[in-house]
Design a protein around this ligand. Sequence first.
Ligand code: PGA
Length: 255
Amino acid sequence: MARKNLIVGNWKMNSNHLEAIQMLQKLHYRLDPNDYDRVDVGVAPPFTSLRSVQTVIEADHMSIQLAAQNTHFEEKGAFTGEVAPSMLAKLSVHFVIVGHSERRQIFGETDDWVNRKAKAVFAHGMTPIVCVGETLEEREAGSAFDRVGSQIRLSLTGLSAEQIGSAVVAYEPIWAIGTGRTADPADAQEMIEFIRAQLSQQWGGTADDTRILYGGSVNPGNIGAIMAKKDIDGGLVGGASLDPDTFASVVRYWI
Ligand code: PGA
């Protein structure tokens, strides 16, 4: 099965619900209906904007797919400040980012938590975008492949082959996130090829269907070279997704 490209804007902790609606509408107007034949496009606003963005997407029949930036893995209960996967599913959320390096580093999320989150996302009919990536120290020490290999194993353990085929993985080297320092496309391809090999070793041929994205200072100037690599199926875009003009140029990477 041919993998369809996917570019998701991760708005992080930016935009209130009114700003989010404006960003969504501007993006929609800057994209051509034919663009969606080549690439699936998603946006991940903060939780407080999900309902507003969902309403506009549905009312205007937009092809942009809704993503959440995080979820808890429990169904409900005494977890102050958390959001359950069923709540996201009810908002027609399509993708849920799990294990973003900011969650892992700032909020102490472990591979075990990321794994439980990925399973909970699937259990509610949504698709996880599972993030992995090494630190600068790990890259310089030559242990990047060990680190990412272990994140892949531990974060995805217990998923079925079918789930692996429909999951999205984002390779985001931590040293490239928000730093303006992009991984060399050849290095990104090498790691993403490694990830795909790990997946097929464990889950078989279905790993050919898994979409694997690159993330880390993606912008209109580097997206073309990144997308030209054979194992890279798209991008998870932070800073460059906040301006609709810039993000539209990233989405239309072939122009
Ligand atoms: P960046 O963020 O594009 O601002 O580097 C990417 C991400 O954190 O997903």
